[in-house]
Structures are given as C-alpha cells and as structure tokens.
Design a binder for this molecule. Structure first.
Ligand code: ZN
Ligand code: ZN
Length: 412
C-alpha cells in the first residue's frame, strides 16, 4: 500500500458494487481475528480505489474500481462480488439464449426442499435421488440444484441439509418448447415431497413438510432472478458475515452466562475450529440437469431454433445476414465462455464512446466514506445482538425447520 500515491481526496461517486462498508469489513476482520483466525490483509480490501479515464477523451465517464484482496471464501466482499459475477453470467446465458427467443414469459422458479429435523443429516446421494424423483413427478425438464448443509441464519450450527432448485418453465412438445405451469400447485408439491421422504427414509411424517417456492420472470424481474442465482453461488462466509455483523442476529463470541475465563477460552477455540471448517470446506456445487446439461445442448438448440424461426419470420432481413451450423438463419447460441469474454471486453470500454480506458489509473485514493447505497440485506441491520452461542456448541438453540433465508420472500 505504501507505494501508492494516495491522494486524500474524498470519493463522491457512489459505486453500486462496493458490497460492504469499511466499518463492516473492519468489524468482521476484528471478529475473525479475536477468535484467532488468520485475517492478514482482509481489512485492507476495497479501502483504496483507482480511477481510469477514456484514452480518447478525458471528459468521458471515468471508470472506478476498488483494489481487492481476492480472498474468496474468507473475504465477504470478494465472495459477494464473485457470486454476483457468476449470477450475472448465468443470467445472460439464460436470457440471451432462451428468454429473448421464446414467445412466452420464461420464468425461473425456486423450490427449496427441506427435511424434518430428524433427517437433517441425510446423505447427499440419497438426497439427489429424491430430488430427481421429485422433478420427474412434476415433469420439470430444465433445472439446476444445489444441496447446502449450513443454515444461512446460523451457519455455525449443526448440519442442516436442504436443497435449492432453480427450474425453468419450459417443456419440449412437438419439437418446440412450450410453457409449463407446474409451479402453481404448491400443495401438490408438498404432498409429493412428503411421500418421497417417507418412502426413501422409511419414516412417517406428522403433518405437512416444508417446501417453499417462488418465481420470477427472466426478462421482467432481473434483480430477483440475479438474487436467486447469486444465492446459489455464495460462499458460507457471506452468511457468517450477515449473521455476525450486518444483521447482528447472533453473536458467536459473547454470552453473558459464561463468566469463567477457562470456559471462555474453550468457547473461542470451538468457534475458531467451526469457522476454520467453514472457510476450508468445498463450496456447494450447482448441478444442472435435464435440458440444461451440456449433453442436451444440441437438443435444446434445436428446440429453440424452432421457436426462433417463428419469431424471425417477422423480419425477413434476418434470413440473409446469418447462417448457423444448423443452416438456419439468425441463430447464434452464446456459450458461457463467450459471454464472459464479452463482459470482460465491455468492462474495459468507455461507456460514452467505446474506446478503451487508459491502462494506468490517473487517480488513486483512500476510500473513507460509507457511501454504499442501501441494499436489500442492509435494510435489516441494527437489530440487537442476541446470544446464540448454544447452537455453536451442538445444543439446539431453536427449531430450524421453518426457516431458510430465502423463505421470507416466498411468493404466495
Ligand atoms: Zn476482499
Ligand atoms: Zn470515451
């Protein structure tokens, strides 16, 4: 940092993707460091900025970026930035290849499958089989799922296995894709899920099971779709940060009942070991299934081609311009790699004229304000910290069956 020429100049622009305030980052770093987790360089992340100008005209819009630590999985800011970037990429893939070409409103539907408390530690293989059976029952042909083992509202608690499914309302019929409306029948989903659990685990469930679902239009509700996607790409450190700092809903290192200094040291040690596990564990993977797998790509493209040719027939010029590998006009399927490249190129271009930005920043400085605009998750800050250490010690602090961070905003 010392080699930077830091101008003590306040930054007036609001950068929407700062993700986290300086205070939050400092508090989180302090929390980790008090517990004994190595946090070297973490509080530095995004504390300095650099500004680039257009190589053709220096009155054009400047580009600003924060210098980051790139410690994904440990740094909440870098983890959030990563999840958002991946979500955006996947969003563009679905929108440009599918949503923009279909003659109905393509929707992303999220289904959260949970278990009764006694089955929270079910093995992932059985769980996957149950998920597939569920999807088959509803004839859902395009989806991705992600099995998660931590409760986002108490990420250091006991194992809490649940699954987030993101599906698309498309169904192949007569060589084209038609709209499917499976997601309206939530009661049937609950019944089917209960039946599957009972059959696969040889258990009897009293009452109904928890299953949550909501959907958003790909084209008309981009923020919500991005939110659904980013949730699946997030690192667990993000949940720990939310709970301990941003929402202050649990304080893992403070509990008034424990006064004995030996007990305190033991607790710190236990919290440290739980956090270390959380940092080093493999991130849950998203598994794409059905029409969204790469082996079904050609089939999906053919189905889309049919839909596309109907739409393009409105504009005869399209037929002259492009011919793709199916010898049909106006069809270009963008791969994730291609979209990623496009985004990288766009990030280096002046927003006003498209010329490249200069290689070197013309200004750098310390970021000293908290000018992060309000985000959804910011809105619930400043609640009184509660003592919830019990869960970090294997005792059940509360019933976790009913909640899941996504559930609060479930559509009716
Ligand atoms: Zn960072
Ligand atoms: Zn320019």
């Amino acid at each position: 940092m010392s080699q930077l020429t830091l101008l003590e100049k306040p930054l007036e622009d609001i950068k929407p993707n700062r993700w986290i305030t300086i205070t939050e980052q400092r508090d989180f770093t302090e929390f980790l460091s008090n517990v004994g987790v190595n946090v070297e360089g973490l509080d530095w992340c995004a504390s300095t900025w650099e500004r680039y100008q257009c190589s053709k005209d220096n009155t054009h819009t400047k580009k600003i970026r924060y210098r980051s630590c790139s410690k994904r999985g440990l740094c909440p800011r870098c983890s959030m930035a990563y999840a958002s970037q991946r979500a955006n990429l996947q969003y563009q893939w679905i929108k440009q290849n599918l949503a923009d070409r279909l003659d109905f409103d393509l929707k992303m539907n999220q289904i959260v499958l949970t278990f009764p408390e006694s089955l929270h530690d079910i093995d992932s293989k059985s769980f996957s089989r149950m998920i597939k059976e569920f999807m088959k029952e509803f004839e859902i042909k395009a989806y991705g799922y992600c099995i998660q083992t931590r409760h986002s509202k108490d990420p250091l608690s006991d194992i809490y296995k649940h699954c987030h499914i993101l599906s698309l309302n498309i169904n192949p019929e007569d060589n084209k894709l038609v709209e499917s409306k499976y997601y309206f029948d939530v009661n049937k989903m609950r019944e089917v899920w209960k039946d599957i659990i009972e059959r696969h685990t040889n258990s009897k469930i009293e009452g109904s099971v928890n299953l949550h679902t909501k959907y958003a239009s790909i084209r008309h509700d981009k923020p919500e779709v991005l939110h659904l996607l980013a949730y699946l790409y997030r690192y667990s450190i993000h949940d720990l940060f939310n709970v301990q700092i941003r929402k202050a809903s649990i304080n893992y290192v403070q509990c008034p009942q424990i006064e004995n200094s030996n007990d305190k040291a033991l607790r710190l040690q236990e919290v440290r070991s739980k956090i270390t596990d959380l940092i080093h564990e493999d991130k849950s993977r998203i598994i794409w299934c059905g029409l969204l797998t790469s082996t079904k790509r050609a089939e999906l493209m053919k189905l889309m081609l049919y839909a596309d040719s109907i739409q393009s027939s409105l504009d005869p010029t399209e037929y002259i311009v492009q011919v793709d590998s199916f010898a049909k006009p106006g069809f270009h399927w963008k791969s994730l790699v291609e979209l990623e490249k496009e985004m990288r190129v766009r990030a280096k271009e002046c927003r006003d004229c498209g010329s490249p930005y200069e290689d070197q920043p013309f200004e750098t400085g310390n970021y000293e304000m908290d000018n992060e605009p309000m985000t959804r998750t910011n809105e619930t800050t400043n609640t009184i910290p509660k003592c919830r250490v019990a869960s970090a010690f294997g005792r059940k602090a509360r019933d976790t069956r009913n909640d899941c961070s996504e559930v609060e905003r479930t559509s009716a």
